[in-house]
Design a protein around this ligand. Structure first.
Ligand code: SF4
Length: 458
């Protein structure tokens, strides 16, 4: 059944591409080896592929369909059914057309996400407001950061993302349907509501304009779930509120839409809202865009990335290093080849890659990550400098903020292997002037002896 549907999906895609791609984009895709399906029926006016609602409606959501499309689940049908009781399965049509890229969205049975790996729900880093006896989340603010990090929802308690990454950094909410938690200093937690976006930004800007602690904050990074699931009318209201933020100079949206299945979300009206806002306020706009695999760079992405960049909106591609998607600790050659291709394609399509992020779910070792970073980027040899992301970052749930690593970090890191608990502990000096602790699972042949660290230091 779903295979039949996939046939219709592919046809809708070919039709849209034939109608929308100009010779320059076709030449670009051919030159860069970006897969172009046969461009048929250019006169057919069926425009479903460009309609985001159609993509949402045509996601793969059911276990039967998953088994039909991915027979590796066939002999795990019971486990799958059990896992899907709690897991919100969602694979978008564009992602289904990718042989390797789709793996990012295939559920890993038994996997449970780390709750709040980046510390955005810690009470000490959250701005709240009490209203009518109820506590509302307004934004995350890490002490001394220049950035506010608000999480938005549609006003319900759910944080939604139809993109469906199996190891979503907010998987506890987006995939496992839990409410946003406020985590107290003693480890206890309480569910907290997020107001409707217009109210959230009204309250947040009021706080920002009047609280002297926030006077140095000049940047805002709005995330979700998927913040671009909010309709244009809601974005118009958010921008109206942000237009009154005295300190705001830079405005970023953190989204998976561009590279991970919904590039069509960047319609003319939405891009117009952003450029009008910039025109009136002078605030600069950037799109922090999640991307993992070279196949995520499709002709559709090339088309919309061009539309966005020609309006002077900078795209900042963020690449989480993920096991079995773009990173194989036991096959660093494959890892290097995949990430090289991804960095090169991004530098040609979206300006340049922004940052690599060490897997927030701790699926890869930071030793392997540093080794690949050294080969591809710290060496300055086989790769042109334009493909170099700004940083190899670990996002940490600590008040001192994130850490950027490099080849030279190997000399500073202290490593301890804890075989009893199957863990590896690192102590890493932080530029804030403190040592931070970082733990990861022990992996045989990857991080199971301190000699592994030493062997990389040459
Ligand atoms: S795009 Fe971002 S929010 Fe959405 S599922 Fe993926 S990681 Fe989560």
């Amino acid at each position: 059944m779903f295979l039949e549907k996939l046939g219709q999906i592919k046809k809708a895609r070919e039709n849209w591409l034939a109608n929308y791609l100009n010779p320059e984009i076709i030449a670009f895709c051919n030159k860069q080896g970006i897969f172009l399906p046969p461009l048929t029926n250019p006169k057919d006016s069926d425009n479903n592929w460009g309609n985001i609602k159609w993509h949402i409606r045509n996601r793969l959501r059911q276990s039967d369909d998953l088994i039909e499309m991915f027979p590796q689940y066939l002999n795990k049908a019971d486990l799958l059914a059990d896992y899907l009781k709690n897991y919100d399965l969602s694979i978008l049509p564009l992602n289904l057309t990718q042989k390797e890229g789709v793996k990012k969205f295939l559920p890993e049975l038994g996997f449970t996400p780390i709750i709040d790996p980046y510390g955005v729900q810690r009470e000490c880093s959250v701005i709240t407001r009490e209203f009518s006896g109820k506590k509302y989340y307004l934004s995350t603010y890490k002490k001394n950061y220049g950035t506010l990090l608000p999480i938005v929802s549609n006003g319900s308690t759910r944080i939604i993302c139809p993109i469906g990454c199996r190891a979503c950094y907010r998987g506890h909410q987006t995939r496992f349907k839990n409410p946003l938690l406020l985590i107290h200093g003693d480890g206890s937690s309480e569910a907290v509501s997020i107001p409707a976006p217009d109210i959230q930004f009204n309250w947040l800007v009021e706080e920002w304009n009047t609280n002297f602690v926030l006077a140095g904050v000049y940047d805002i990074l709005i995330s979700g779930g998927e913040p671009l699931m909010l309709p244009n009318q809601t974005w118009e209201k958010i921008l109206k509120e942000l237009g009154t933020a005295k300190h705001l100079k830079c405005f970023r949206i953190c989204t998976g839409a561009l590279f991970l299945g919904l590039p069509f979300r960047f319609d003319e009206e939405f891009i117009g809202l952003l450029t009008n806002f910039r025109g009136k306020t002078g605030v600069q706009i950037k799109i922090a865009a999640h991307v993992s695999h070279p196949e995520n760079i499709t002709p559709e992405v090339v088309y919309f990335a061009k539309k966005i960049s020609t309006q002077g909106i900078e795209i900042l591609p963020q690449i989480p290093l993920e096991p079995e998607i773009n990173f194989w600790s036991n096959d660093l050659e494959r890892t290097a080849a995949t990430l090289t291709r991804l960095d090169r394609l991004l530098s040609l399509t979206a300006g340049r890659p922004y940052k690599w992020i060490i897997d927030l779910q701790r699926g890869i070792s930071l030793l392997s990550a540093i080794e690949i970073w050294r080969r591809l980027h710290d060496r300055h040899q086989t790769e042109a400098d334009v493909t170099r992301p700004t940083s190899l970052a670990i996002l940490l749930p600590i008040p001192e903020g994130n850490l950027n690593l490099s080849y030279h970090s190997l000399w500073a890191i202290k490593m301890e292997v804890d075989k009893r608990n199957n863990l590896v502990h690192y102590r890493i000096p932080h530029p804030a002037g403190v040592w931070v602790d970082y733990n990861e699972p022990l992996q045989k042949g990857v991080n199971d002896t301190p000699q592994r660290l030493k062997s990389l230091m040459i």
